[in-house]
Design a protein around this ligand. Structure first.
Ligand SMILES: [Zn+2]
Length: 124
């Protein structure tokens, strides 16, 4: 691999994230203030408040995607934490979780051990 392509591939995902964030910033600004951006009387506090809401939305989207991907580890049979007997997934629940940036719905696969007569959530 050439040095240039090594640098390009090393930075490509981070670069793509920066490009998407810049696009997001433009869209939010246009949505919030119109194509000319914030008016002359807009304070930094007001801009910061919008930025915080954007952070909340971005965090919620990321957390939803990552938890969905993480959940795939638990779609197959799992050992009961008490007796180690193999148990099949029973149902998928949505748990409301309060994060530092607000509430998110967390998918959780519920397992039930017939031997112990207990439910467990291995992804939690
Ligand atoms: Zn058990």
């Amino acid at each position: 691999m050439s040095q240039a392509s090594a640098i390009a591939s090393k930075g490509s995902l981070k670069d793509q994230i920066q490009i998407k964030l810049a696009e997001l910033a433009d869209l939010v600004s246009e949505d919030q203030y119109g194509t000319d951006g914030p008016g002359k009387e807009t304070t930094f506090r007001e801009i910061e408040s919008v930025g915080y809401q954007v952070a909340q939305l971005a965090a919620a989207k990321f957390e939803a995607t990552a938890t969905q991907q993480h959940q795939q580890h638990f779609e197959t049979a799992q050992p009961c934490p008490q007796c180690q007997q193999t148990c099949q997934p029973e149902s998928l629940l949505q748990r409301k979780l309060l994060t530092r940036l607000g509430p998110v719905a967390l998918p959780e696969i519920k397992f039930h051990c017939n031997a112990c007569r207990r439910s467990f959530f291995p992804s939690a």
